[in-house]
Design a protein around this ligand. Structure first.
Ligand code: ADP
Ligand code: ZN
Length: 719
C-alpha cells in the first residue's frame, strides 16, 4: 500500500499529478465522508478522478456505471496503466472472461468495476452484486454521464431511469452522479431520478481557459484556411460537418492534400466506425472528419483542435463539441467557420420536425448560435453566459479579445436599405432589394418598374457583399424581419421605422482578415519541439506494443514537460506531473534514455558533466501562471481563475523571473519602485525579506520585494 499522509500524496502516487484541479479536492473529501454528490464539470475538468481516488482510498469496491463500452474500456485501460486494479464487465467479454473477472471481484482484488446500467440491473447480476456487497463491501456507486437519466438532456437513455432501484436496494451506499451537462433542468432531474440524498452539488466553472475560440467567415478560401490550421498545429484534430456527404468530401480532399484523415458518420457500419475511432485514438491517423454522431464516448484527451466546418445547431452543442479539444488542459484551438448557407440547411432540418413547439425552440436556439458567430463580444462571455454563468470578458484567448473587430456606424446605409424595402412595398427578398440599391438592370426590376423608385441606384458605392453583410446584421439585430414561408420576404417592424426616422443608430462589426498567429515562436520552443517529436514516437511505439492509445502511456503535457525540463535521473523524472509510481517504474528508463540520446547528439550537457541540476526550468504550474500572466491577467484574476491563493501566484511569478522567464514586472510594479528595491538588494545582498522590508519602509509590500528579488537573483546568477 502506498506511503502517503495526505490527499496530494495519494494523488501523486496513483496518478502522478501534483495538484488537484479546481473542485476535485472538495469533491473527493465529500466522497470520503460517504456523502451523495452531484458533480457538474465541463469536459476535461477531471471528473473521473473524483470517484477514482476515493475508490482507491476506501475499503471495498466502487461500481462505476457508464453508458458506453468504448468509454469503459478507455478508462479501465488508463487506470491499469497506472497500476490500478480496475475492470469492466460488458457484452464484449466471453463467458470465461466474465467468470474470471467475477471471481477476482468477489475475492476483493478489484477496486473499480465499470458496468453498463442494463447489466447492472439485470436479474442475473443483482444477486451477484449482493454477494459482492456482502463479501467485500461496495464503497460507492458512481454514475458517469448522469445526464443520460434525463429526458431533457441531449442523450437520454431509458436504462438510466432504472438506476433509482439501486437506491432502494442499497440505501446506505453513497452515490456520486457526474455530468458535463449545462442546464439546471437536467441537474434537478438527475437529483430526483437517482434519488440522491441531500447531495452536495459541485458546479465547476464552464470556462475552459486553455481553449482558444475563433469564428471565421466561410468564404471561398475556407478550405485553404482549414488546411493551414491543420498544418500549423501539431497533433490530432476533429473536423465537424453537418452532413455525411460533406464529411466524405472533406476527407477525400484532405487525403489528396496528404493529410491523414478518416470519416465518421452514421452511414458507416458499426465496425467501420469503431475501427476509425480506434485509429484516431491511437494516433494512427491525425484527423477525424465527422458528423456530430462522433463525440460522446471519445475520451481522447489530446485533441489539439476542433474545427466546425459547418455551424452547430445550438450553442450548447457547440460548447460540447468544441470542448472535445484540450481535455488535458493544454492550449488548443476551436474554430468555427460561419457561412449563411449552413443556416438554411439547419432551418430545413428544423422544418422537418412535426412538433411546432419543438420547431420554435430549435429556431430560437439556432438564432442564439448565429448571434454567437456574429457576436463582437468576448466569445467566452457569450458561451458561458448562455449557461447562466457570468464571465467578465476580455479573456485574451478568443479572436474578439485578441483582434477586436472595428464597429462602424452604418446608419445612413441602413436608412437607404430600409427605405428601399418600404418602396418595394415589403414584397421582396434581400437580393432584389440590393439589386435595386445598386441600380442593377434585370427583368425583375423592369417588370416591377423598380428602376423608377427614388432608391434605385443610391447604393452603388457599396458592393453586393457589403450590402448583404448589412442586411444580415439588420436581421440579426432585429431591425428588419423576414418571412419564413420559404420566400424570405423582408418586412419592416417598429425598430425599422425608428432607424428611418433617425431615432436609432445602426452599428455593425466589420470583419477584418486575420492571420493565424502561432502561439510559441521562440528558438527554445523549436528545440523543445524536436525532442517532443522523438518522445512522441517512442510513446507511439510503446503504445502499439501494448495496443493502447498513446495518451495512456503519458499525456501530451507530461511529454512536453519532459522536453522542457529534460530530466536526467529517475528522481527528477518522477517529479514531472503525470509520472506516478507505476509509470516511473514502467517507462522511466526508456524515456530517460531517449532524452539522454538527444542531449548527447545536440552536444548538450548530460548528467556526467553538469553539476547544478536544472533548477532553472519552471514547473508546470508555474508555466500555467506564466501563460495567464502573458495573456494580461493580473495576480488577483490569475488566482481566481486557478482557484489558488494570490500569494501562491506571486511566488510562481517571482520564481519565474528568477528563472529568467518572460514575466513583465512593469505590469506588476511601477518602475521607480522596482529600482528602489533593486538598490536595496544591491546594498544588502541576498537576505531574507524582513530586513529588506524594514529598510524600505511600510509602503513596500512583501510581494513587491519578493518579485524584484526574483529578478535580481536571476540577473546576478546570469553574470
Ligand atoms: P472529464 O471526464 O471531466 O472530461 P477526465 O476525468 O477525463 O475529464 O480528465 C481529463 C484529463 O485531465 C484526463 O486526461 C486526466 O488524466 C487529466 N486530469 C485529471 N485530474 C488531473 C489533475 N489533478 N492534474 C492533472 N491532470 C488531471
Ligand atoms: Zn475573449
Amino acid at each position: 500500500m502506498a506511503q502517503y499522509s495526505n490527499l496530494e500524496q495519494a494523488l501523486k502516487y496513483y496518478f502522478g499529478y501534483d495538484n488537484f484541479r479546481p473542485g476535485q479536492r472538495q469533491i473527493i473529501e465529500g466522497a470520503l465522508q460517504n456523502r451523495d454528490l452531484l458533480v457538474v464539470m465541463p469536459t476535461g475538468g477531471g471528473k473521473s478522478l473524483c470517484f477514482q481516488l476515493p475508490a482507491l482510498l476506501k475499503k471495498g469496491i466502487s461500481i462505476v456505471v457508464s453508458p458506453l463500452i468504448a468509454l469503459m474500456q478507455d478508462q479501465v485501460e488508463a487506470l491499469r496503466d497506472n497500476g490500478i486494479a480496475a475492470t469492466f464487465l460488458n457484452s464484449s467479454l466471453n463467458p470465461y472472461q466474465t467468470r474470471s473477472r467475477e471471481e477476482a471481484i468477489v475475492n476483493g482484488k478489484v477496486k473499480l468495476l465499470y458496468v453498463a446500467p442494463e447489466r447492472l440491473l439485470s436479474d442475473r447480476f443483482l444477486p451477484f452484486l449482493d454477494l459482492v456487497h456482502h463479501q467485500v463491501g461496495i464503497s460507492a456507486f458512481a454514475i458517469d454521464e448522469a445526464h443520460c437519466v434525463s429526458e431533457w438532456g441531449h442523450d437520454f437513455r431509458p436504462e438510466y431511469r432504472q438506476l433509482k432501484s439501486l437506491r432502494k436496494r442499497y440505501p446506505d451506499i453513497p452515490t456520486l452522479a457526474l455530468t458535463a451537462t449545462a442546464t439546471d433542468r437536467v441537474r434537478n432531474d438527475i437529483i430526483q431520478q437517482l434519488a440522491l440524498k441531500q447531495p452536495t452539488v459541485h458546479v465547476a466553472s464552464f470556462n475552459r481557459p486553455n481553449l482558444y475560440y475563433e469564428v471565421r467567415p466561410k468564404t471561398k478560401s475556407a478550405y485553404a484556411e482549414l488546411l493551414e490550421i491543420i498544418r500549423e498545429n501539431e497533433g490530432s484534430g476533429i473536423i465537424y460537418c453537418l452532413t455525411r456527404k460533406k464529411v466524405d468530401e472533406i476527407t477525400l480532399k484532405l487525403e489528396h492534400d496528404k493529410i491523414s484523415a478518416l470519416s465518421y458518420h452514421a452511414g458507416l457500419t458499426d465496425e467501420e466506425r469503431s475501427k476509425n475511432q480506434t485509429r484516431f485514438i491511437r494516433d494512427d491517423v491525425r484527423i477525424m472528419v465527422a458528423t456530430i454522431a462522433f463525440g460522446m464516448g471519445i475520451n481522447k484527451p489530446d485533441v489539439r483542435f476542433v474545427i466546425h466546418y459547418d455551424i452547430s445547431r445550438n450553442l450548447e452543442s457547440y460548447y460540447q463539441e468544441s470542448g472535445r479539444a484540450g481535455r488535458d488542459g493544454e492550449p488548443s484551438r476551436c474554430t468555427l467557420f460561419f457561412g449563411y448557407g449552413d443556416i438554411k440547411t439547419i432551418e430545413f432540418l428544423i422544418n422537418q420536425r412535426s412538433d411546432s413547439q419543438e420547431q420554435m425552440i430549435a429556431k430560437q436556439q439556432l438564432r442564439q448560435m448565429i448571434d454567437y458567430a456574429e457576436g463582437t463580444d468576448c466569445r467566452r462571455t457569450i458561451q458561458i453566459g448562455y449557461f447562466g454563468e457570468r464571465f467578465p470578458g476580455s479573456c485574451g484567448n478568443c479572436d474578439n479579445c485578441r483582434h477586436p473587430k472595428p464597429m462602424q456606424d452604418w446608419t445612413i446605409e441602413a436608412m437607404k436599405f430600409l427605405s428601399c424595402v418600404a418602396r418595394c412595398k415589403e414584397r421582396f427578398g434581400m437580393l432584389h432589394i440590393i439589386d435595386v440599391l445598386r441600380g442593377a438592370k434585370n427583368q425583375k426590376i423592369n417588370q416591377n418598374e423598380h428602376h423608377k423608385l427614388s432608391t434605385y441606384g443610391i447604393g452603388k458605392d457599396r458592393s453586393l457583399d457589403e450590402w448583404r453583410m448589412l442586411g444580415r446584421s439588420l436581421l440579426h439585430q432585429g431591425l428588419v424581419e423576414q418571412t419564413n414561408d420559404g420566400y424570405s420576404v423582408l418586412r419592416l417592424n417598429a425598430l425599422s421605422w425608428e432607424v428611418m426616422r433617425r431615432q436609432r443608430t445602426v452599428s455593425i462589426a466589420v470583419p477584418v482578415v486575420q492571420k493565424i498567429t502561432p502561439e510559441y515562436g521562440t528558438e527554445k520552443a523549436a528545440e523543445v519541439e524536436v525532442l517532443m517529436q522523438r518522445l512522441r514516437s517512442l510513446r507511439k511505439q510503446l503504445a502499439d506494443e501494448q495496443s493502447v492509445p498513446p495518451y495512456v502511456i503519458f499525456q501530451d503535457s507530461t511529454l512536453k514537460l519532459m522536453a522542457q525540463v529534460q530530466p536526467q535521473t529517475k528522481v527528477e523524472f518522477s517529479k514531472l506531473s503525470g509520472v506516478g509510481s507505476h509509470k516511473l517504474a514502467q517507462y522511466g528508463d526508456k524515456f530517460l534514455a531517449e532524452i539522454r540520446a538527444y542531449r548527447t547528439e545536440q552536444g548538450l550537457l548530460t548528467l556526467e558533466d553538469y553539476s547544478t541540476p536544472f533548477v532553472n526550468s519552471p514547473s508546470e504550474t508555474e508555466l500555467y501562471t506564466l501563460q495567464l500572466h502573458q495573456q494580461g491577467f493580473n495576480v488577483q484574476e490569475i488566482a481566481q481563475k486557478r482557484n489558488i491563493r494570490p500569494t501562491t501566484i506571486i511566488r510562481h511569478l517571482s520564481d519565474l523571473v528568477e528563472k529568467n522567464q518572460p514575466v513583465d514586472l512593469n505590469q506588476l510594479i511601477p518602475l521607480e519602485r522596482q529600482q528602489k528595491i533593486w538598490q536595496v538588494l544591491d546594498t544588502l545582498g541576498d537576505i531574507s525579506l524582513n530586513p529588506i522590508k524594514e529598510y524600505l519602509g511600510e509602503s513596500y509590500s512583501y510581494d513587491e520585494i519578493r518579485l524584484v528579488r526574483g529578478k535580481w537573483r536571476g540577473q546576478t546568477r546570469k553574470k
